[in-house]
Design a protein around this ligand. Structure first.
Ligand code: FO1
Length: 314
């Protein structure tokens, strides 16, 4: 099958599947909508961590062990900032710093985040289009046992330790999807919408919270396939299952499916969860969903696309 595939992605887990999709699809056939709820201003810099993880992963520059920032990084800036008594809890490598400085410069010159991101991905030789979920400011905030926290304070400074009681995507109600995304979702030639294995609360639902996004996905002709970020009750990485328990939800693939079952045609779970009951009207697909190498990423991408194509033929 040909046609454009639109992927919704957040951080590390989502970027892995996005890389797999980029390797099995033709150039220009993949468009990624990236979460910007994690964005924040830090040291006077406009930082978009999930867009950067997508950019570095697709450019082959990502640090494989950290999952964020660049490989072969040096930390002279951090050492000098420490010496000056500046905040170093959010680690900015020397090469990574250039990206934040350049994005901040372009935004300050009046460019939109989507234009800046598109210029940066072309500059780094990435064929896959990376689109922010909106050009408007949206910030994930969490009501926790330590009070209301900005996302990076929760995730990095406090290492996800606070107990989460509520989330708020500040600014979402006034935000708008990019016209390009709405056009893609309305395009007859759209092959599939893929919801990548990212944290539903921190990466996928900020995207779905943008007015018009959920409706556009629900109404699009293309099949919608999600991959579970939870395997046998465990998050592959990050605080997903800890948050689910704290929010009073079952820490399960099934509970993830229920978050966006109204949008899904198929839900891909790990073989460990093959026995789960799929939500009404959603086809369950089982696969090895743990991606530890590029071959795993390609294989899972092929399974996801085959599931979408099978739905399109039904
Ligand atoms: N995550 C950390 O756990 N510690 C860090 O010091 C850190 C720095 C950092 C710098 C740039 C960047 O793009 C991401 C960075 N991250 C760091 C990851 C980031 O907090 C997360 O990737 C997302 O916000 C959630 O996926």
């Amino acid at each position: 099958m040909t046609g454009t595939v639109l992927a919704l992605a957040g951080g590390v887990g989502g970027a892995k599947l996005v890389l797999g999709l980029s390797r099995v699809l033709g150039a220009g056939e993949l468009v990624v909508v990236g979460n910007t709820g994690d964005d924040f201003s830090h040291l006077g810099l406009a930082i978009s961590p999930d867009l950067d993880t997508l950019l570095y992963t697709l450019a082959g520059l990502a640090d494989p062990s950290r999952g964020w920032g660049r490989e072969n990084e040096t930390w002279k800036f951090m050492e000098a900032l420490e010496q000056l008594g500046g905040p170093t809890w959010f680690r900015l490598g020397d090469a990574d710093l250039a990206l934040h400085v350049e994005r901040t410069r372009q935004l300050a010159a009046g460019e939109k985040l989507s234009a800046v991101t598109d210029r940066l991905r072309k500059q780094l030789g990435v064929a896959t289009r990376i689109l922010p979920m909106t050009d408007n400011p949206v910030r994930t905030r969490l009501r926790t046992s330590h009070g209301w926290l900005d996302f990076q304070d929760y995730f990095v400074r406090l290492r996800c330790e606070p107990v989460v009681q509520e989330l708020n995507y500040v600014g979402a109600e006034a935000a708008r999807p990019l016209p390009e995304v709405l056009d893609l979702l309305a395009d007859e030639k759209l092959r599939a919408v893929v919801t990548c294995p990212s944290n539903p609360f921190l990466s996928i639902e900020p995207i779905l919270a943008i007015p018009g996004m959920r409706t556009a996905i629900a109404n699009c002709r293309a099949p919608v396939v999600a991959v579970s970020p939870v395997i046998a009750g465990q998050a592959v990485k990050g605080p997903t299952t800890k948050m689910m328990r704290e929010l009073g939800l079952a820490a399960s693939a099934s509970a993830v499916a229920c978050r966006y079952a109204d949008l899904l045609d198929a839900f891909v779970v790990d073989e460990a969860d093959a026995a789960m009951a799929a939500p009404e009207g959603v086809r369950l697909v089982t696969a090895r969903t743990l991606m530890t190498c590029l071959a795993d990423r390609r294989r899972l991408a092929q399974i996801v696309l085959a599931a979408a194509d099978a739905e399109a033929d039904r």
